[in-house]
Write a protein that binds this ligand. Structure first.
Ligand code: FAD
Ligand code: SF4
Length: 515
């Protein structure tokens, strides 16, 4: 058995040479192990695109490590020996080598933490878990910030982060005098739509082509398609996408951040989440690029601030929430939602234009932008009452950027109010009228966003009122929602009964896949 010093584990979303585990590597006595495992794509049947992006990015990173002459074992799904789990793959290595220590960067999923701990225990090895230094806040600091607070609002956390890193600051004050320019950011497109939005095509190389063949062979029954593969899988490509975004899209990002349009998946969004989550880019690299663009006068303060807030604020904040509240967070179900996830989330078979468009694009690209996730698929699930664990598994499965630390708080907390108000100060409820205002989906839809009853009743609008009926006691305690309860009461008992009945019938139809 070969004796070595450290076993360095690099997980699929830790593809950065900046990570502390790769500092001070002894290239003769340390062995890096990377493993592709079946379980990652099958524990919830992952979108083929998601698996393909992860595997291609991992293989590219492994090539880079090999070029730099690190000792590396790369356990691939193309090999004869396909490892079902991470544990199985690492155990295979540990039976052939002896080490003094296992080194790993803190994983982005609570269960993987536990798995690594179990492996170290089984093989009686010291385990050193290194802080993920690509993030701008660490778990300890976040917990210290959160401890004892009734509500941990993103806005205040974000202000602290701005001060800490001196981003968009004018001395001690925020640049331009305000911390947040959201009120300038919520526009919708006029009748003529967005026009031609610039888009960067990323070419597939032979590594990606090989991965696509493998994924379509091994996971042919998994959801989604890889036809439209167009994701960065190396630092170079991610940087190209960042530069393209800063130059062509960021100037309009703020204006159209919340807008939606049929057959327009990306609009002015950056598509950078997957590069950030796999660590192909560091958040500071992205934030600095946006800040520089503002300083040079290329973009407005509202656009730069709106974008930077997503990364320096939301992204860091949700990670803090995840680790502060896990492991119990994942089983929260504050609203006691108990419906199964409707089949239309997988097959897009629905006459609701908005849901069909967002689910179809999700299956084609493994992508939907934030408002599509929050105010279409997320809103529908919230109003219909899907169990938070079920909708969480869907989001984790279908998006290329899905890693549990970021997906879970966004889904269970922000979108489903399953955590009872940790992430959001109120449930994000709205009727079809919101979707009508922010998109062109309602044009030509079988349903009418104005109507809550009758043959053309928009399911969003009916379920919106039915949600208020169902959760009246809870909602009336929230001053920001009290008006909506009053509006429900104003409808009168006949209309209320009609809405309740319409909602009941809609539920039956949704379960039958007939809506
Ligand atoms: P842009 O609109 O260009 O935003 C820029 C960047 O800001 C993103 O790349 C992302 O890194 C960051 N960001 C923006 N909003 C958030 C947020 N709420 N939380 C964390 N980071 C944010 N994001 C993921 O990265 N992975 C997920 O699995 C994920 N699941 C989500 C599930 C739901 C129900 C909701 C409502 C949101 C989810 N988000 C998730 C957040 C957000 O929707 C995506 O980060 C964004 O749509 C990615 O597209 P983009 O890179 O074009 O983002
Ligand atoms: Fe969606 Fe309702 Fe608009 Fe149809 S009418 S697109 S279901 S919001």
């Amino acid at each position: 058995m070969k004796k070595l010093r450290n076993l360095i584990l690099i997980l699929g979303d830790q593809l950065s040479e900046e990570l502390d585990v790769l500092k001070d590597v002894d290239k003769k006595n340390d062995l890096i192990v990377m493993a592709e495992v079946l379980h990652e794509s099958t524990k919830v049947a992952s979108h083929k695109m998601r698996t393909a992006v992860f595997l291609s990015a991992m293989r590219h990173f492994a090539e880079k490590l090999k070029e730099k002459k690190y000792q590396l074992i790369y356990l691939s799904l193309s090999d004869q020996k396909k490892f079902k789990s991470f544990n199985e793959a690492i155990s295979f290595v540990l039976t052939n080598y002896s080490f003094q220590k296992i080194l790993v960067t803190e994983p982005g999923e609570y269960d993987v933490f536990e798995e690594v701990r179990t492996i170290a225990k089984t093989f009686k090895l010291t385990l050193e878990i290194k802080t993920d230094n690509t993030f701008l806040s660490n778990k300890r600091d976040f917990s210290a910030y959160a401890e004892g607070k009734k509500q941990i609002r993103m806005e205040f956390f974000y202000r602290e982060m701005r001060k800490k890193y001196s981003i968009l600051m004018d001395g001690k004050d925020p640049e331009g005098g305000e911390w947040n320019y959201d009120q300038e950011n919520r526009k919708s497109f006029k009748k003529e739509g967005p026009g031609k939005v610039p888009f960067l095509d990323l070419k597939k190389d032979s590594i990606t082509e090989e991965v696509l063949t493998l994924v379509n062979d091994l996971f042919k029954d998994n959801p989604g398609s890889t036809e439209e593969f167009n994701w960065p899988v190396t630092h170079t490509e991610a940087k190209k996408l960042l530069d393209f975004f800063i130059k062509n899209l960021l100037p309009h990002f703020g204006d159209w951040q919340d807008a939606m349009w049929t057959n327009e998946a990306f609009l002015y969004h950056s598509r950078l989440s997957v590069a950030l989550n796999l660590k192909l880019l560091t958040p500071m690299e992205v934030i600095k690029a946006a800040e520089q663009s503002y300083k040079k006068g290329h973009v407005s303060l509202a656009s730069a601030e709106g974008f930077i807030r997503q990364i320096l604020g939301w992204r860091e904040y949700v990670r803090g929430v995840y680790f502060h509240f896990m492991p119990e967070y994942i089983s929260r179900n504050f609203l006691k939602a108990d419906e199964d996830l409707p089949p239309l989330y997988w097959n897009a078979k629905t006459e609701m234009n908005c849901m069909r468009d967002v689910v179809t694009q999700t299956m084609n690209f493994g992508y939907a932008h934030h408002i599509q996730r929050l105010m279409v698929t997320g809103l529908f699930s919230l109003l219909y009452g899907v169990r938070p664990t079920d909708i969480h598994q869907w989001y984790l499965a279908v998006y290329v950027d899905a890693v549990e630390w970021v997906e879970l708080p966004n889904t269970l907390g922000m979108s489903q109010y399953g955590d009872g108000g940790v992430m959001a100060s109120k449930p994000y409820i709205a009727s079809g009228k919101y979707i009508s205002r922010m998109s062109n989906y309602c044009k030509g839809c079988k349903y009418s966003p104005e109507e809550s009853t009758g043959p053309n009743a928009c399911p969003f609008t009916t379920f919106y009122w039915d949600f208020i009926r169902k959760h009246q006691t809870l909602i009336s305690k929230n001053p920001r929602l009290a008006m909506q309860v009053k509006n429900w009461q104003k409808l009168g008992s006949d209309k209320q009964k009609e809405i309740e009945l319409t909602a009941k019938n809609l539920r039956k139809n949704i379960k039958r896949g007939n809506i």
